[in-house]
Unconditional design. Structure first.
Length: 218
């Protein structure tokens, strides 16, 4: 039977979370908002509008959202040619593909950003499909990104595992009914990932690959 391995990308497969922290912090600073970096870090993994709402509140000037998102995108875009894949991220995807898993990415990235992430991974032959921000109306922690990934894979939730690095990932996976695997390389504490629904936790893609035979992806 088919089975799907669904992966978040930022902070899970590519070491970008802290680049997002700095560029969101700078975009907010330029607009006159003083938001501490630790708060920005906790919000990484949300889509742009949800991230701004999480940091600035629902009573903010929503007309400013698009400008903040555009500023972040421009600042972050300066790194597109040198985004670093996490250790063994591409090897993990290739191994799972070789083992018969349908590998799907579920990410809030799209367009040129998604292309840059895929170039960093250098594992296109292992990736069956991508559920990007352009494909859903609600981002994580809503289940829609994971559910759409399952639709692309043609696999039921019971036959899937979702790997991510944030509490938003774990909540989205749990709500979609899939087993969730957490990785610590995005900088979120183990206890937070466990509380949000992680069934197993590894240091990074290399740690998951090394323990694959004893993992939910066995």
């Amino acid at each position: 039977m088919e089975r799907a391995a669904v992966f978040d990308v930022d902070g899970t497969l590519v070491d970008t979370n802290h680049l997002h922290v700095v560029t969101w912090w700078e975009a907010l600073r330029q607009a006159g908002h003083r938001v501490p970096m630790h708060a920005v870090h906790r919000a990484i993994g949300l889509g742009s509008t949800d991230l701004v709402a999480h940091l600035l509140g629902e009573d903010r000037d929503k007309d400013e959202d698009a400008e903040l998102s555009a500023a972040h995108k421009a600042l972050y875009g300066q790194y597109f040619d040198r985004l670093p894949a996490l250790p063994d991220a591409g090897s993990l995807l290739k191994r799972l593909h070789g083992d018969g898993w349908t590998v799907v990415l579920a990410t809030s990235a799209s367009g040129a950003e998604l292309s840059a992430l895929r170039r960093a991974l250098d594992a296109d032959e292992a990736i069956t499909a991508t559920a990007s921000a352009d494909d859903v109306t609600e981002g994580k922690p809503a289940p829609e990104p994971v559910e759409h990934a399952l639709e692309l894979a043609g696999v039921s939730a019971e036959r899937a595992v979702f790997v991510g690095d944030t509490v938003w990932d774990m909540r989205a996976g749990r709500r979609a009914g899939v087993r969730c695997v957490g990785v610590l390389c995005g900088g979120i504490p183990r206890a937070d990932l466990e509380e949000a629904g992680a069934h197993a936790i590894y240091a990074d893609p290399a740690g998951l690959l090394a323990s694959l035979e004893d993992s939910p992806l066995a």
